[in-house]
Design a protein around this ligand. Sequence first.
Ligand code: URA
Ligand code: CA
Length: 434
Amino acid sequence: MRMVDLIEKKRDGHELTTEEINFIIKGYTEGSIPDYQVSALTMAIIFRGMSEQERADLTMAMVESGDQIDLSQINGIKVDKHSTGGVGDTTTLVLGPLVASVGVPVAKMSGRGLGHTGGTIDKLESVKGFHVELDNNKFIELVNKNKLAVIGQSGNLTPADKKLYALRDVTGTVESIPLIASSIMSKKIAAGADAIVLDVKTGAGAFMKTLEDSRELAKAMVRIGRNVGRKTMAVISDMSQPLGYAIGNALEVKEAIDTLKGEGPEDLTELCLTLGSYMVLLAEKATTLKEARVLLENAIKDGSALEKLKVFLSSQGGDASVVEDPSKLPQAQYTFELEAKQDGYVSEITANEVGTAAMLLGAGRATKDSVIDLAVGLVLRKKIGDQVKQGESLVTIYSNFEDVSEVRKKLYEHIKISASKVEQPILIHEAITE
Ligand code: URA
Ligand code: CA
């Protein structure tokens, strides 16, 4: 087989076979096929697309390019959840304990964040003592015992995807639905998921800015899942404004605690109940979505979800007393209020820009090597559609430096107030299950 023939085949709109895709991914991972040939191929894919079979083949070729996590020693159906980006997205912190408390095993491999705020591990590390350096046996033991554990990324997972994603990033070939879908799915499958719930965000703060693109991506991933034998469902949720109120690591941990107590923001709670219901359903702990939701609502009401969070934190070395006393989480030195300059209704809180404002405070990493400040960030006091009076706070800024003028400027630019009434954005656009 010659790579140039395969590039020409795709260029001319033909379908690559399983063997051809395996040849490409294996050669690229090993280094026998150079970047320039693969970038020509990805550009051809941008214009020609990929068939369902090609997408499934590419996904599995990337899964097989490196290690795969073996979760077979964990009892039950392992359901993983993936959110496609977003700002102040606290769903993982809530969903883990929530679904684990009704018996769904959550064996989560997580990473550190790049961008607006930290990743799940960074957030959890705001709990003193908490760590994710577990060996595989301990990880599996904890999931079997508590139904929930989080481990740091280890091993050599999907090296083909790492290489390909980096190449796409510099060759103008990120924006291809088949390439994005197989990239995301390959990582979930290599991490050992039997079933997958996808939270595909849409809007300014999302990877996909329009509902149409988000729907197409969701469908593509659900079909890949089906074609490679992993039950997959997707929910398309709003990311025009940040989810919940808190954006920042310790602040989001507190928000997750509130939500597990039943006192969290309405949108975060609703999205977690929706995604959680699909996870419970896929794990076969309920037979209908409605039944699944009742289980989760009860776990919040009777305190078992919150109790699960405590057990989870302390099992991984964390100080679980933060759950009763969140003031033990890292605290910023200063707080400032961003006051509304006029009366009206909040009409816009542009998620990605507000995320950037949180990053300016130090809540996120601008580069891989930046050090994040776990204590700082933003807490929205108003969301789109809320009425506001001049002088009322729109946002509380938690900072470890006194001069936040740049942050204020950015927030004022991207939080808009309109004189006339504004509708709340739709939180959950649709679910894709076929
Ligand atoms: N996120 C991924 O993991 N892969 C892509 O290709 C795009 C976004
Ligand atoms: Ca949040």
